[in-house]
Design a protein. Structure first.
Length: 141
């Protein structure tokens, strides 16, 4: 974690990742584990950007979409993600997956013909840490 991924004028940094068995506000029943990833997203494109959802890429190449049925989870990035020029937004993205190594696929947004894609490696052996300067809420136990 802590690696930068640049997709066009958008820079993503994966700050923390943690597997959980409970998640405040999750509406769908858990099938595996919640993988909760705290991201910082900076818009260096010079215009407002609406970011699409991220997705995980498994070792087998399968794409896993984000969970979008969450209500009341502090700092969840939400469904609509608008980032103003020169701004940085921070928040959580959540997946229901087995424990393992993944790549988080991120995007510049915009029309599909000009969209830029980048990836952040999510290791299988996640050790909970909080980098300095991260103000994400505690997920509790």
């Amino acid at each position: 974690m802590g690696d930068r991924a640049e997709a066009g004028g958008i820079t993503y940094v994966g700050l923390t990742a943690e597997y959980r068995t409970e998640l405040p506000g999750a509406k769908d029943p858990l099938k595996n584990r919640y993988l909760v990833i705290f991201l910082a997203v900076t818009n260096g494109s010079g215009q407002d950007v609406t970011l699409p959802h991220t997705r995980l890429i498994g070792a087998d190449g399968a794409e896993i979409p984000e969970l979008t049925e969450i209500s009341g989870f502090p700092q969840w990035m939400g469904i609509l993600r608008q980032v103003s020029p020169g701004s940085t937004e921070q928040g959580y993205v959540v997946f229901d997956v087995p424990v393992g190594a993944y790549k988080l696929q991120v995007s510049s947004g915009g029309d599909p013909e000009n969209e830029k894609i980048a990836q952040i490696a999510i290791p299988a052996n996640i050790i909970p840490t909080t980098p300095s300067g991260v103000s994400g809420p505690s997920l509790g136990k």
